[in-house]
Design a protein. Structure first.
Length: 361
């Protein structure tokens, strides 16, 4: 399912939140893991999150409280269910690490939190404990997400911290567990603009080209390449183009994700696919292979209206700089005429950044 967040634009708990944009609920890990109908959550766009972690009112645990509790032994997992109050508490504390990220984190705070999360990841989390490990991985990605209002943060301590975090993400991207690989790869997508993110591109290309890799991992890799690669990265573009030629109808989300990343890299050859993803008429006819609702009996199903909105928003953000007149014209049309206030608001915001005003209904 499309994500409400994208690591590269103003993800739903943003780096620089636009107060005029409608509130977007934080995605689940499963959402983050799928760009459109599966997604990540993530790449897509939504509104950059840069983060200050601290105590919040109303009984929400502080980061230090959450980390301290997460270091205690927790419950195990049977099938898809967490077992016992200990496991549930660990899940809640792990989620708190991401939920409490706000704009304004200093370099010193980022270095400190990175070290604590790395210790937590390596020494106190296990794959069988629900999604705790996945939240910690995603939190690690967010810690060093760039904030345009801050400087480069290139002190020796910061550079060393980022190296250690990227080492961990690359390591966990090769884990035996599919969900762990997905979370680690999607965490990398938050590093747009960071020099250290260049280290991830060969692995992402390899995952995307590997037909034997789990489809959700390949979708995550396609999603992350958009924000991390550049138009000069020929291997990345070739891998994304390879993914767009996938003809298995059960893997259509891979085609969508790869096409959107190519659009982010200003590759006009994907314009036809992008125009379909920006069309309400086309989206209403699309089906995807739902592997999550009933994993034992996956089946095709139509996109819900909410899913269509998420695809529209993510696609609009991804094509902001795609230099194709028909695509930009469609973006303007959505900003002016789409029935969803959220879609129109996103379109207006993009057009304003581009200096092309839209007239709303």
């Amino acid at each position: 399912m499309p994500s409400d967040l994208r690591p590269d634009a103003p993800l739903a708990t943003p780096a620089v939140q636009n107060p005029a944009q409608p509130a977007i609920e934080p995605p689940s890990v499963k959402l983050i893991v799928r760009l459109f109908v599966i997604p990540f959550l993530i790449v897509a766009a939504a509104v950059g999150i840069m983060m200050l972690i601290g105590s919040m009112a109303g009984g929400t645990p502080s980061v230090q409280e959450a980390i301290a509790r997460l270091k205690r032994p927790g419950g195990e997992r049977t099938a898809d269910w967490l077992v016992g109050p200990g496991a549930k508490q660990r899940y809640m504390d792990a989620k708190a690490l991401t939920d409490q990220m706000k704009a304004g984190m200093t370099e010193e705070e980022r270095v400190k939190l990175s070290g604590e999360l790395l210790d937590l990841l390596r020494n106190y989390t296990r794959p069988e404990e629900g999604e705790v490990q996945h939240f910690v991985l995603l939190a690690l990605g967010r810690v060093w997400q760039m904030d345009p209002s801050q400087g480069a943060m290139d002190s020796p301590a910061a550079v060393e911290s980022r190296k250690a975090v990227m080492d961990a993400l690359l390591e966990y991207a090769k884990a035996p567990q599919v969900a762990t690989r997905k979370a680690a790869i999607l965490a990398m997508a938050y590093w747009k603009g960071r020099d250290e993110a260049r280290r991830a591109i060969p692995l992402l290309v390899s995952k995307l080209r590997d037909d034997g890799e789990d489809i959700d991992v390949r979708i995550a890799a396609a999603t992350a390449l958009g924000p991390l690669a550049s138009s000069q990265d020929k291997d990345a573009i070739a891998a994304l183009e390879y993914a767009t030629r996938d003809s298995d109808p059960r893997e259509v989300e891979l085609v969508w994700s790869a096409s959107l990343s190519l659009a982010e890299l200003n590759q006009p050859q994907v314009a036809d696919t992008i125009l379909k993803l920006l069309s309400r008429d086309e989206l209403s006819k699309m089906e995807y292979y739902d592997r999550e609702s009933d994993p034992q009996n996956p089946s095709y199903r139509k996109l819900s209206d909410q899913e269509q909105q998420r695809i529209l928003i993510n696609t609009m953000i991804g094509v902001e700089h795609l230099d194709v007149p028909a695509v930009q014209g469609k973006l303007k049309e959505l900003a002016e005429k789409d029935p969803s206030p959220r879609v129109r608001a996103q379109g207006i915001e993009i057009l304003q950044r581009r200096g092309a005003p839209a007239t709303t209904r």
